[in-house]
Design a protein around this ligand. Structure first.
Ligand SMILES: [Zn+2]
Length: 443
């Protein structure tokens, strides 16, 4: 298939913008890229998708999310007082909700996220799942749902001691089973990691077992790191170490590990992340929502740490996450020079590409021959010149005028002209509303 007459934003530094450009897809890869006239002449018998001047970009990559939380929108609060900090939020909402989840709720919640992801052009997601009452085999249920929809996911179950030793052991077992399955029966759409909740809910024993298991499978860990102050204070109290220091000593960190958040870390910990080549997932909307603080992203980047963008369960509109990243660091630093649009886009796309590269053999987050055909067509009519030097600013400031028109992942069209082809949105919405009401009554 040929996509023609698009403004290609390739995210390839060698050729960042191609006006009236085209690209060719064969199977699940991009095989050629160039001027529309050139490619049309070269492949006269190919099926043509005319982008009609739309932006053509790589699909977005979300480096940290929680599919299981989608049925919580508008959920009535528990307790008399609103939760005052992260621990209270976890105890009053998330650790109640995850225990109330049944497989049918999980499937429904995943589907809601997938509709949202495909609609917003997010084609690769790193999910972190918790459902303590249903652990064995649960990653298969999620994988079946995401594979049917056609998006790429890297899954894990969040191991924690908060639900007792049996649940912790079951979590490790489920991660190991799923990772092994992805290795023996590989799918370009699936990968697995060792999920860990956070330092403050993990004993040394559980951490040791999880890390040993992950090592044996050549997998990294996906863990919340120093998201709130509670993680730091509890880790210090129990181990006399700071969070990154403890995780490093336990063998959690490394070039395949994703450390989500990293809000409360000091310079010493930044150095550990750099030395171990651990990757960080930054989630600015979640950090603001939970009022936990602002990750020192510019500092991490200066040190050479790979930082990607996650949404931590917020909408799968990664442009909205980018805008939050663009804004919050300026406010936090009281400095409008911090985090220019180009840097935000680089975090989201190049950072996401590196993180995805640790788990998917197909190159993602770039339009060039050989890369995965994860491509979005974006309707946007710029009212000012859009050039190779300023498109990042258009994406950050123009996002209210931007609509994803077509989403392709692995060469398969998942949405064409706003119509979802692999997901029945009406059924998914009706079912989610019904399940959510029942879930809320139970939690
Ligand atoms: Zn999270």
């Amino acid at each position: 298939m040929l996509i023609t007459h698009g403004t290609l934003i390739t995210m390839d530094p060698e050729r960042p913008l191609v006006s009236d450009g085209a690209l060719r897809i064969a199977g699940d890869r991009i095989t050629d890229i160039g001027a529309s006239a050139e490619l049309t002449a070269r492949y006269p018998s190919d099926e043509v998708l005319d982008a009609g001047g739309m932006l053509v970009m790589p699909g977005f990559i979300c480096a940290h999310t929680h599919f299981y939380g989608a049925l919580s929108r508008g959920i009535p609060p528990r307790g008399i007082e609103p939760p005052a900090d992260l621990r209270a939020k976890l105890e009053n909402l998330w650790w109640r909700l995850d225990k109330a989840l049944r497989p049918e709720d999980i499937r429904s919640s995943v589907e809601v996220c997938l509709v949202d992801a495909v609609r917003h052009g997010t084609t690769t997601l790193f999910d972190h799942h918790a459902s303590p009452k249903f652990i064995d085999g649960i990653l298969d249920l999620i994988a079946e749902t995401t594979s049917r929809a056609g998006v790429r996911v890297c899954l894990c179950y969040e191991v924690s001691d908060r639900d007792g030793p049996e649940a912790a052991a079951a979590g490790i077992r489920e991660n190991a089973r799923f990772i092994r399955q992805c290795q023996t029966n590989p799918s370009p759409l699936l990968a697995g990691m060792m999920g860990l909740h956070a330092s403050f809910t993990l004993s040394d024993k559980t951490l040791h077992e999880a890390v040993e298991t992950a090592r044996g499978l050549d997998a990294g860990c996906h863990i919340h790191v120093a998201e709130g102050k509670v993680d730091v204070s509890e880790t210090l109290r129990r181990t006399s170490k700071r969070v990154v220091e403890r995780l490093h000593a336990a063998g959690v960190l490394g070039p395949k590990t994703i450390a989500a958040h990293c809000v409360h870390i000091d310079d010493f910990e930044v150095d550990i992340l750099r030395e171990t080549r651990t990757m960080v997932a930054h989630n600015p909307r979640s950090n603001m929502n939970n009022a936990v603080g602002t990750t020192r992203v510019p500092r991490l980047r200066r040190a050479g740490v790979v930082v990607g963008l996650g949404n931590d369960g917020f909408s799968n509109n990664m442009l909205a996450e980018m805008q939050a990243a663009f804004l919050v660091h300026k406010l936090a630093a009281l400095d409008p020079r911090v985090m220019p649009a180009e840097e935000v886009l680089d975090i989201a796309v190049t950072g996401g590409r590196t993180i995805a590269g640790a788990y998917f053999s197909t190159p993602l987050g770039i339009l060039r021959p050989g890369a995965g055909a994860d491509i979005i067509l974006v309707e946007y009519h710029p009212r000012t010149p859009l050039t190779a030097d300023n498109y990042a600013w258009h994406l950050i400031f123009g996002q209210d005028d931007i609509r994803v028109h077509t989403t392709i992942a692995g060469g398969r069209v998942l949405m064409r002209a706003g119509e979802l082809l692999t997901l029945d949105e009406e059924r998914i919405t009706a079912q989610a509303r019904e399940r959510a009401a029942k879930l809320w009554a139970r939690y």
